[in-house]
Ligand binder design. Structure first.
Ligand SMILES: Cc1cc2nc3c(=O)[nH]c(=O)nc-3n(C[C@H](O)[C@H](O)[C@H](O)COP(=O)(O)OP(=O)(O)OC[C@H]3O[C@@H](n4cnc5c(N)ncnc54)[C@H](O)[C@@H]3O)c2cc1C
Ligand SMILES: NC(=O)c1ccc[n+]([C@@H]2O[C@H](COP(=O)([O-])OP(=O)(O)OC[C@H]3O[C@@H](n4cnc5c(N)ncnc54)[C@H](O)[C@@H]3O)[C@@H](O)[C@H]2O)c1
Length: 516
């Protein structure tokens, strides 16, 4: 089942907001970008290099190229597969559609015992992709003013790259080639059928027993979805679940997965895999044997850099092949920039788009603006886990304020009381970050991201009236609880005591003056 296919990703609707940076249509008047290609036999057709060569047509590549064109740069985007990238074809769009269909399937099963139709779910996923896809198509990008070339790019020198044997000369280049699933070196794995986040969408039928290797966002989201559709799912996880997240949040996801029937095995790995009479048997490091009809490998990512010819440019990569860049998105080579999953930064669509926009404008305008470090993220399990900034106190003077959904009226009215909001708070009540767990947690995260990036204090957030009854009441109440605890401190009590004494004294004096 394992098939390597790298779909281009997409800045589609999610990236509408990023299009704030790269929006207006640019008249297709230039043509210089196309003319800058020449063959490598020496018969150059144009001498002048293009302004920006973008390699990769996923979210990072598309947003980067649009930003550059918007700034007047002659831009070529090279994509070896389909423009749109992981997010559109094999990532966010299919996985969020699947999660929605699986939640509906679980509700239907509970209500009427009806089992889901896997074919219609696959059709729904295809339809979601088909609806969004035109936004990222080569035609749309060309209409925007980007020259799109289909092919595999490889650098030859700092100012030149080969695409399908043609030489392209460029002033600046943006590497946006994304990443692929890492396949762990488990004995026997390559000999049995397995899928990854790239190929699971091609499964013709629902596997009755699915073994998932990994415990990150992909394993948790897809593991829960397949369990809700009716597969018997086992998660085999080297670490704890969602190791990047607040431990109590991860515990709630763990409990929820188990309620959906998922068998979660933590701090254990696959040691050996073999196939016996059509069934795959995985032996774990703890000596357990698990039978499965299909394995999903979700154990992290490897960057697409091996064939880019980066050695010739002096661009540094880490051991996972990730391009190392500074805060302005520039590599060790002055004219080479990178953004998205190919870099060492966290791997999210919104980050790929925003960082690529900064990289492209820095490259084209000769700037060194730094990217923002406030990174919101959402794992779309049930309950959702949304986080931004610090998720635990990390120094003296830092504290937390937590409000549970069982104390939040909207959650009580909806019978969805599992979850919480936890703020991490620093000196003078400054909000440093936090975690939101519960239904639609991701929808409340934007407000917390604003509070963190604007360096707001709990007192400032507490002063903003929130509508009742909403889930964001929990966030508000966490801020109010902390701001109020400040008022309860000994210093604050002394200060308010002194203040009210002064007022009493002043009023007494006025009263005496009025006496005859
Ligand atoms: C199952 C799953 C669910 C996800 N869900 C979410 C989510 O809900 N929210 C979220 O924010 N993120 C999510 N992500 C992560 C998100 O998909 C990625 O962060 C994002 O797609 C990265 O975009 P990119 O442009 O860096 O890379 P990609 O989208 O991978 O694009 C890279 C492109 O470069 C092309 N390419 C590679 N090498 C070359 C070459 N030499 N020449 C030419 N072209 C080349 C590839 O074909 C590809 O089209 C999810 C990922 C997965 C796998
Ligand atoms: N909702 C979202 O935003 C979303 C959804 C899916 C993916 N993503 C992005 O895609 C990236 C990749 O996701 P991922 O879940 O593949 O990777 P990950 O790196 O986040 O998690 C990998 C997990 O696999 C475990 N693991 C590693 N090797 C293992 C082995 N041999 N056996 C068993 N377990 C092993 C790790 O302990 C960890 O729990 C994420 O970091 C995230 O940025 C985002």
């Amino acid at each position: 089942m394992q098939r390597r296919h790298r779909g281009p990703s997409r800045p589609h609707a999610l990236i509408q907001s990023i299009k704030f940076f790269a929006s207006a249509k640019v008249p297709r008047s230039r043509g210089q970008a196309r003319a800058a290609c020449h063959d490598n036999t020496g018969s150059a057709t144009v001498e002048e290099p293009i302004d920006l060569l973008v390699i990769g047509g996923g979210t990072a590549g598309i947003v980067g190229a649009k930003t550059a064109v918007r700034l007047g740069a002659r831009t070529i985007l090279v994509e070896e597969n389909r423009t749109g990238g992981d997010c559109l074809w094999t990532g966010c769009v299919p996985s969020k559609t699947l999660l929605s269909a699986a939640a509906q399937a679980a509700a239907d099963r509970e209500a009427s015992g009806a089992e889901p139709d896997f074919d219609s779910i696959r059709r729904r996923i295809r339809e979601a992709i088909r609806t969004i896809e035109p936004e990222d198509s080569p035609e749309t990008l060309e209409a925007f003013g980007i020259t799109v070339l289909q092919g595999t790019a490889r650098f030859t020198t700092p100012g030149e790259a080969l695409v399908n044997g043609k030489l392209i000369r460029f002033r600046q280049a943006l590497i946006a080639t994304g990443s692929a699933p890492s396949i762990p070196p488990v004995e026997g794995l390559q000999e049995v059928p397995f899928v990854t986040s790239e190929t699971i969408w091609d499964l013709p039928s629902l596997p009755s027993r699915l073994l998932v290797l990994g415990g990150g966002p992909i394993a948790c989201e897809l593991g829960q979805a397949f369990a809700r559709l009716g597969s018997r799912v086992t998660l085999l996880v080297r670490s704890g679940l969602l190791p990047q997240e607040d431990a109590e949040a991860a515990d709630l996801v763990h409990a929820s997965l188990e309620r959906d029937g998922v068998n979660v095995l933590l701090h254990e790995e696959a040691q050996h895999v073999c196939s016996t009479r059509g069934t795959t048997v995985v032996t774990t490091t703890a000596g357990q044997e698990i039978e499965a009809d299909m394995i999903l490998v979700a154990t992290g990512r490897t960057a697409h850099t091996a064939t880019l010819g980066l050695d010739a440019l002096g661009v540094d990569c880490d051991e996972r092949g990730q391009v190392l860049i500074d805060a302005s998105m520039r590599t060790a080579s002055r004219s080479i920039w990178a953004a998205g999953d190919v870099t060492q930064y966290p791997k999210f669509t919104h980050l790929a788009g925003v960082y690529a926009s900064t990289a492209a404008s820095n490259a084209v305008l000769g700037l060194r603006r730094s990217v923002g470090q406030v990174v919101p993220r959402v794992t779309f399990t049930s309950p959702e886990v949304a986080a931004v900034g610090k998720t635990a106190p990390a120094g003296p003077g830092q504290t937390t304020s937590t409000v549970y959904l069982k104390d939040t009226d909207r959650a009580v009215t909806e019978g969805a009381q599992e979850g919480f909001v936890r703020l991490v708070i620093g000196a003078r009540g400054r909000i440093l970050g936090g975690t939101i767990v519960g239904p639609r947690a991701g929808e409340s995260l934007g407000e917390l991201a604003v509070a963190v990036s604007q360096k707001m204090s709990t007192r400032q957030l507490a002063q903003i009236t929130h509508p009742y009854p909403t889930y964001s009441d929990a966030l508000w109440n966490a801020a109010i609880a902390h701001a109020r605890s400040g008022l309860d401190s000994r210093f604050a009590r002394t200060a308010t005591g002194v203040l009210s004494g002064l007022v009493r004294h002043r009023e007494e004096r006025r009263r005496r003056r009025r006496l005859p």
